[in-house]
Design a protein around this ligand. Structure first.
Ligand code: ADP
Ligand code: GN1
Ligand code: MG
Length: 353
C-alpha cells in the first residue's frame, strides 16, 4: 500500500472515498501525479496538478467555468464526452493542500484503453472525430471568462526564443550531443514566421491544447477526452496539429530506434477526415486552409520544447534517464522532416475534404 498523508487527507474530503483500500501511481502523463484509488466498491482517479507548470488559481477557475456547463451539454445530447469530476463534501472540484497543490478526483473508466501509438486507422479516425465533437462543446463556452493556465503555452516564436537562450546557456557536452537536432531546429525557423503571418487572422477559441492520443480514453465504442488542464483560449490549429504529431508515427514519442519512426499517410488521412467530420463545419476557411501549418508548427514547437528541456537539464518534463528528452527530440525531428517533404500533397488532401 502506497502511503502519502497528503493524498489521504484529500481523499477524506469526499463522501465516496472514506474507505480507501489502496492507491497506486497510474498512467503515463509527463506533468501531473496520477493515482488509481480503490475503495470497497469502486475505483477513482486522483490527480495532483503540477503547480510548477500550471497557474493553479486560473486552472481551478477554468474548471469551474466549464464543468458548470458540461452536465447540461451532455444531458441535452445524451452523450458523455469526458469522465465525471467529483465534488468534495463541501462542493468543490479541487482541494488545495498546504503546499499549494490542487488535487481532484474523477470517476475511473473501467476497461478503458489509452494508446501511446495508434494501432489502426479506425482508432485515429474515432479519436479525431471525438476531439472534433469535443470542440463543438468548447465552442459553446463563454470564452471571455477563461484564464490562461499557462502563459504563452502554444507560441512557436516564444518557444524558439527559449530554445535560443538554452543554446546560449547549455554546457558543451550537451550541445555536442544535440548538434544535429540544434542545426535542424535553427534551419526550420521559417515555420515560426509562417505561423506568425497567419495568427492575426485566426479566430480565438477555447480549445483543448493537449490533444495527444493518450489524452483520449476508448471504451466500448466510445471515446472520452481527458486531461482538461490546458482548456483555454487558443487555436484549433494546435489541436489538429498535436493529433497529427501523436497519431501518425508507428513508434512511441520516446522510441530509441529512429528507424521505427515514420509518417503514416493512412493515419493522417483518417484523423483529418475524423476531425473535420467531428467539427461539423464549425471552423472557418482560414482555419481549414491552415490546419497543416498547425501540424508543422506544433511538431516544430514540440521539437524545440524537448530540446530546450534537454539543454537545460530536464526541469520540465518527467524523464526516466538523462537523454530521455533528446530521444524525444529525435522522434519529433524525424516526423517533422517527413511532413516537410510531403507538405504539398498533404495540403491537397485536407483541401479535398
Ligand atoms: P497528465 O496531465 O499527467 O498527462 P492525465 O489526465 O492525462 O495526466 O492522466 C494520465 C493518464 O491516466 C492518462 O493518459 C490515462 O491513461 C489515465 N487516466 C486519466 N484519467 C482517467 C480516468 N478517468 N479513467 C481511466 N484512466 C484515466
Ligand atoms: C505534456 O501532460 P501530458 O503528458 O498529457 C505537455 C504537452 C506536450 C506533451 C508531450 C501541460 O502532456 O504540452 O505536448 O507532454 N503538457 C503540458 O508528450 O506541458
Ligand atoms: Mg495526459
Amino acid at each position: 500500500m502506497n502511503t502519502n498523508p497528503i493524498a489521504e487527507t484529500v481523499l477524506k474530503q469526499y463522501n465516496e472515498t472514506q474507505t480507501v483500500l489502496s492507491y497506486q501511481p497510474f498512467g503515463g502523463g509527463h506533468i501531473n501525479d496520477t493515482y488509481l484509488v480503490k475503495t470497497e466498491n469502486n475505483k477513482f482517479i486522483l490527480q495532483r496538478v503540477n503547480k510548477n507548470v500550471f497557474r493553479t488559481n486560473a486552472l481551478v477557475h477554468n474548471y469551474n467555468v466549464f464543468l458548470k456547463l458540461l452536465d447540461t451539454y451532455q444531458l441535452q445530447r445524451n452523450a458523455k464526452i469526458t469522465p465525471t469530476i467529483l465534488k468534495t463534501a463541501k462542493g468543490s472540484y479541487h482541494t488545495i493542500d498546504h503546499e499549494g497543490f490542487a488535487w481532484r478526483l474523477a470517476e475511473f473508466i473501467p476497461g478503458a484503453s489509452s494508446y501511446q501509438i495508434a494501432p489502426d486507422t479506425e482508432v485515429s479516425y474515432k479519436a479525431a472525430r471525438a476531439m472534433g465533437e469535443f470542440q463543438q462543446f468548447l465552442n459553446t463556452l463563454p470564452s471571455n471568462e477563461f484564464e490562461y493556465t499557462i502563459i504563452n503555452y502554444h507560441n512557436p516564436a516564444n518557444r524558439f526564443r527559449a530554445f535560443k537562450d538554452a543554446v546560449e546557456k547549455a554546457p558543451e557536452n550537451l550541445l555536442n550531443k544535440a548538434k544535429d537536432e540544434i542545426t535542424f531546429s535553427m534551419n526550420l525557423q521559417n515555420i515560426v514566421n509562417e505561423y506568425d503571418a497567419v495568427a492575426p487572422s485566426l479566430p480565438s477559441r477555447i480549445t483543448h491544447n493537449d490533444t495527444k492520443l493518450d489524452n483520449m480514453l476508448f471504451y466500448s465504442d466510445k471515446v472520452l477526452v481527458i486531461d482538461l488542464d490546458t482548456v483555454m483560449p487558443s487555436s484549433v490549429l494546435f489541436d489538429y496539429g498535436d493529433m497529427v504529431r501523436t497519431f501518425t508515427s508507428p513508434a512511441a514519442e520516446d522510441e530509441k530506434d529512429e528507424s521505427k519512426v515514420n509518417f503514416r499517410h493512412n493515419h493522417f488521412k483518417a484523423l483529418t477526415k475524423g476531425y473535420i467530420e467531428g467539427l461539423n463545419n464549425s471552423i472557418n476557411t482560414i482555419e481549414k486552409n491552415n490546419l497543416l501549418l498547425g501540424a508543422r508548427a506544433i511538431i516544430y514547437e514540440q521539437t524545440l520544447r524537448f530540446l530546450t528541456d534537454y539543454l537545460l537539464g530536464n526541469p520540465y518534463y518527467k524523464v526516466k534517464y538523462a537523454e530521455h528528452n533528446l530521444v524525444r527530440t529525435k522522434t519529433q525531428v524525424k516526423l517533422l522532416d517527413a511532413i516537410e517533404k510531403d507538405k504539398n500533397e498533404l495540403q491537397e488532401f485536407i483541401l479535398s475534404l
